[in-house]
Design a protein around this ligand. Structure first.
Ligand SMILES: Cc1ncc(C[n+]2csc(CCOP(=O)(O)OP(=O)(O)O)c2C)c(N)n1
Length: 194
């Protein structure tokens, strides 16, 4: 459990320890969604939302919207690394700052677009990418520094790559959110087989 990379199951189990049932979860975690539902169960109606459409990039803007509609709620957007980028984080985090709608973002950063990789593998099992192990635009490794991007947008930002560091980082991020600042915790997790 102490080693890199963190499993997404451990990520979600730890997240469930630091948020209570009153938190609203916005799930855009794509391939990890089933685990999120299992390990971060919601018991109160209206505290779990997913996008009804297939177009990625919903969660960060939706988090601003939930906070505008109900400022008393605590909101966490759980996203993949691809989803985070599709969510226009500079715009969303800037809006959170300007509109005073702080929310927590947790990135399940498996450093790849797993869904796209799986689709390519199924459709083209003998593809050049499969044969050579070169997955341009699909493997995002090493990734950009998303925590630095968050800080550039006046949000709290942290990168976590060891499970022992995860809970304290989430607690610091939640403290930032409670203090009025959006927060992003970029958690480096394992690739999921596919
Ligand atoms: C706007 C938009 N562009 C592209 C896609 C196609 N697409 C579906 S899943 C996905 C990758 C998501 O990657 P990530 O968020 O890292 O999650 P993972 O698949 O690794 O769980 C892409 C590019 C989409 N659904 N919407």
């Amino acid at each position: 459990m102490g080693s890199f990379p963190i499993s997404p199951l451990a990520l979600f189990a730890t997240l469930s320890e630091v948020i209570d049932e009153s938190w609203t979860v916005l799930d855009e975690s794509v391939g990890a969604s089933a685990w999120l539902t299992r390990f971060v169960p919601r018991t109160i109606p209206g505290t779990l939302f997913k996008s009804g459409g297939s177009s990625l990039g919903w969660a960060l803007g939706a988090a601003v919207g939930v906070k505008l509609a109900d400022p008393a709620r605590q909101v966490v957007a759980v996203v993949g690394d691809g989803t985070f980028v599709y969510g226009c984080p500079t715009a969303s985090l800037w809006a959170a700052d300007i509109q005073k709608t702080p929310f927590l973002t947790v990135i399940n950063n498996n450093r790849q677009h797993t869904a796209t990789r799986n689709a390519l593998r199924i459709g083209y099992p003998e593809s050049y990418a499969e044969r050579t192990g070169s997955w341009p635009g699909i493997l995002i490794d090493p990734p950009p520094d998303y925590a630095a991007l968050a800080r550039a947008s006046r949000a709290h930002g942290e990168t976590v790559d060891r499970i022992d560091d995860l809970k304290p980082a989430l607690e610091r991020a939640i403290a930032a959110v409670r203090g009025g600042q959006a927060a992003v915790v970029d958690v480096r997790t394992s690739h999921v087989a596919g």
